[in-house]
Design a protein around this ligand. Structure first.
Ligand code: FAD
Length: 378
């Protein structure tokens, strides 16, 4: 007779844990989710024909764990371009877009040595030291402060959701190499396709939606109606209460012209720290299903507490001549966990989630798999 296992949280980590438990054990699996929808921090709303992800997120299709996890045949992925506009100037990846070589070499973002180092780091990455931050590694590798401010900071602040580049150097190198070889993509029907794709692979997991659980100890938990249930193992697949997060605010704007002058390619627009806006993604140019036909949808992201009015005013100054309409704001206070050593909940359940690996889709999936492998050994 198989064991009884409860997983609390149907984000990517919990879903992937269930998938691997199904493969590795004959356990009876209950997956509890406090919200109606699975997916945790990855959600998409449909508003007036626009697809609005809960905060701007992209999927690197070559994330190693993702390649072992998702049913790619059912994911229709739409890529952004490899390059980006930094303060209005296009900086491309000459190895993938030879036409961008001239503008990239001439872009006043750093010295010629910096630009050569960017290439070198791609093919000959440094080995990060333990506890080294991304910023420390860049300095040690020989990059000038100028290129850090004008390139790495704008680019990676949109990924790390902090401008200090205080994330681990190891995670930075992992991402740098992926971004160099891969494209940031959006699934056809929005980012929520990722958790849905995974949930659709579950064959014998009972998913209990809209069911917030209180974990009492490693084997007992309480349902919302007060019923206490006992399991052989309880997996807490969500960040512990003590987790500190980076936050981000996403304002969605649309315009009638689907590809006005400034948005003629699916390139991200990044800004140095002089702006309230940190990064803008022309979603409907990358993936036309994000907007009704003929319309442009922008995801405008800020790491500050600026109001929608302030963001809107800055957008108009940046792109004069385009009439933008505000659609919706998402303030995501718990976006990416700060990767300090996490403090376990007192309930002693088994922990699972991105906070245990790296703050990313890949990290959440890895944690889900590792947790299932651990339990299968018990
Ligand atoms: C704005 C934003 C931008 C991001 N950008 C990127 C990106 O571009 N690329 C990338 O790779 N990653 C990105 N990420 C990170 C990525 O989305 C997360 O790392 C990943 O989704 C975390 O999955 P998880 O399963 O570990 O946690 P979560 O998604 O947080 O899942 C935890 C689940 O547990 C549920 N839960 C919590 N408590 C209970 C309870 N008591 N009972 C029942 N259920 C409970 C929650 O409702 C939730 O569904 C971004 C995240 C955000 C928010």
């Amino acid at each position: 007779m198989g064991k009884n296992i409860a997983i609390i949280g149907a984000g990517l980590a919990g879903l992937n844990c269930a998938k691997h438990l199904e493969q590795l054990t004959d356990a009876k699996i209950d997956l509890y989710e406090k919200n109606q929808a699975v997916g945790g921090r990855i959600q998409t709303d449909e508003v007036d024909g626009f697809l609005l992800d809960h905060g701007f997120q992209v999927f690197l299709s070559k994330y190693p764990e993702a390649m072992k996890t998702f049913d790619y045949g059912k994911l229709n992925l739409y890529p952004f371009t490899a390059g980006a506009h930094i303060n209005g100037r296009y900086v491309g990846d000459p190895t993938r877009e030879p036409g961008s070589l001239g503008s990239t070499l001439l872009a006043p973002i750093g010295t010629m040595k910096d630009k050569l180092l960017i290439l070198k780091m791609r093919f000959n990455p440094p080995r990060p030291k333990q506890n080294q931050t991304a910023r420390e590694l860049l300095h040690e590798y020989g990059f000038s402060e100028k290129i850090i401010k004008n390139f790495f900071q704008p680019f990676f602040s949109g990924v790390f959701l902090n401008r200090e580049l205080e994330n681990s150097a190891e995670f930075f190198i992992f991402l740098y190499q992926l971004f160099s070889a891969d494209y940031a993509t959006l699934p056809k029907k929005g980012m929520q396709e990722l958790p849905q794709n995974l949930a659709a692979q579950l064959k014998r997991t009972n998913i209990h939606r809209s069911t917030a659980i209180t974990i009492n100890d490693s084997t007992t938990m309480t349902l919302p109606n007060g019923e206490v249930k006992t399991y052989d193992h309880i997996i807490s697949a969500h960040p512990p209460k003590s987790t500190e997060f980076y936050s981000v605010t996403t304002d969605y704007f649309w315009a009638d012209d689907h590809s006005p002058h400034h948005f003629d390619s699916a390139a991200l627009a990044l800004f140095t720290e002089t702006k309230l806006i940190n990064h803008i993604a022309p979603l409907s140019i990358a993936n036309p299903h994000y907007a009704p036909e003929g319309k442009l949808l922008l995801s405008v992201n800020s790491l500050t507490e600026a109001s929608t009015e302030e963001i809107s005013a800055e957008l108009t100054t940046l792109y004069p001549g385009i009439s933008f309409n505000f659609l919706k704001r998402y303030v995501i206070t718990e976006a990416l966990p700060k990767m300090k050593p996490y403090i376990r909940e007192k309930n002693s359940a088994i922990s699972c989630g991105d906070f245990m690996e790296t703050p990313s889709i890949n990290g959440a999936l890895v944690s889900g798999r590792k947790t299932a492998e651990h339990i299968a050994q018990l």
